[in-house]
Design a binder for this molecule. Structure first.
Ligand code: NAD
Ligand code: UGA
Length: 314
């Protein structure tokens, strides 16, 4: 399977993806600079299943500044997941970090990739590129008009991927992930916060009335779609990867309550700037060209995230 570079390997999705690729027999060079968006200790825990495994190498490098040619030596494919990933924190002075981690790092990696002979360069894009729309489900050819600075940087990097494909033949495939959840989910994300609060008997904070909807996607399904794009994705293309579990946040909270057997006290705050009202993926293109079919329903996925969070307490 060759040698695959996974950027953002210490993160939620990157660590799961690297595990899957090693299991398929690939060797993996994982890059991460342990940004302080959330604690390093959590990222080291994500890496625990990878360190010491045959075929895995960790390189601690900042993609925005480090020389990239040495880490690309003998690499046959790239999965570029490194980013500053929070939607609501991307306003104000923090935007400089989003520019460095999401735009500048991607442009530098694409530039370095020009002189490698890669089979694929898979870029982790986001449903946040769509912004606010009544035209659901979201289709790849629909309007992309982000409503958060984060979404602007993810769309900019997606455009860069297409440009480097057209101009230099870099075999880029962009994947628009829809709200991913499951074990190792980032600590700023809704389910992680809600499950921790529920287990500790604290109230949760809901931005707005909780009637916003998300097409929640379980981590194993995202990893499967990403692996499929890495093997067979048509270069130059963009794909939605959604879980097919679109529910309101209020409904998802009820699923958490049933899974834990508790009642969660809810506090409502203002709607957060940059949040979209609804997401829903049209997976038709990914189904047809990648054979993508999400398998894990929301109740099962939430139960598995609850189990993981419980195991941390133990
Ligand atoms: P994460 O924060 O857990 O992982 C990202 C990792 O990238 C972190 O470990 C961070 O230290 C690393 N990183 C950031 N900037 C870097 C740089 N300049 N150099 C080296 N490493 C750097 O986030 P995640 O939730 O696993 O998201 C992974 C990717 O998927 C991101 O590109 C994100 O935008 C995208 N995405 C995530 C979701 C989701 O629901 N989690 C949905 C859509 C898209
Ligand atoms: C998620 C990821 O965090 C982004 O990295 C990714 O790009 C995006 O999905 C995507 O699909 O592209 P988000 O949908 O905001 O972003 O995911 P959550 O943090 O799980 O939030 C889901 C909903 O819960 C949002 O409406 C949010 O406002 C709300 N929320 C979150 C709360 O009400 N309270 C909280 O404490 C946290």
């Amino acid at each position: 399977m060759g040698k695959i570079l996974v950027t953002g390997v210490a993160g939620f999705i990157g660590s799961h993806l690297a595990e899957r690729l090693l299991g398929e027999g690939a060797s993996v060079v994982g890059v991460d600079c342990f940004t302080d968006y959330y604690p390093r200790a959590l990222k080291e825990a994500n890496l625990a299943c990878l360190l010491g495994r045959d075929g895995f190498t960790l390189v601690e490098h900042d993609l925005a500044t480090a020389p990239l040619e040495p880490i690309l030596e003998d690499v046959t494919a790239i999965c570029h997941l490194a980013a500053q990933a929070g939607v609501r924190a991307s306003w104000g002075e923090s935007f400089a970090i989003y520019l460095d981690c999401n735009v500048r790092s991607t442009q530098r990696l694409l530039e370095a990739a020009k002189s490698c002979s890669l089979t694929r360069f898979v870029y982790a894009s986001s449903s946040s590129v769509y912004g606010e729309t009544d035209d659901l489900p979201m289709r790849e050819l629909g309007r992309a008009c982000p409503v958060s600075p984060y979404g602007v940087t993810k769309l900019a990097a997606e455009h860069l991927a297409v440009l480097y494909h057209r101009n230099y033949g870099v075999p880029t495939v962009s994947l628009r992930y829809f709200t991913v959840y499951g074990p190792r989910q980032r600590p700023d994300m809704a389910f992680n916060r809600f499950i921790h609060a529920a287990l500790e008997g604290r109230p949760i904070e809901i931005y707005g009335d909780g009637e916003q909807t998300r097409d929640f996607t379980f981590i194993e399904d995202i990893v499967d779609g990403t692996a499929r794009a890495l093997h067979d994705g048509p270069p130059g293309e963009v794909f939605n990867l959604g879980g097919g579990s679109r529910v309101t946040l209020n409904e998802a909270i009820s699923v958490i309550e049933r899974s834990l057997g508790v009642t969660i006290e809810r506090r409502h705050l203002e709607t957060a700037r940059g949040d979209v009202s609804d997401t829903m993926a049209d997976n038709g293109k990914a189904r047809e060209l990648l054979g993508f079919a999400p398998r894990v329903p929301l109740d099962e996925g939430i139960a598995r995230e609850c189990e993981w969070i419980r195991s941390l307490g133990a």
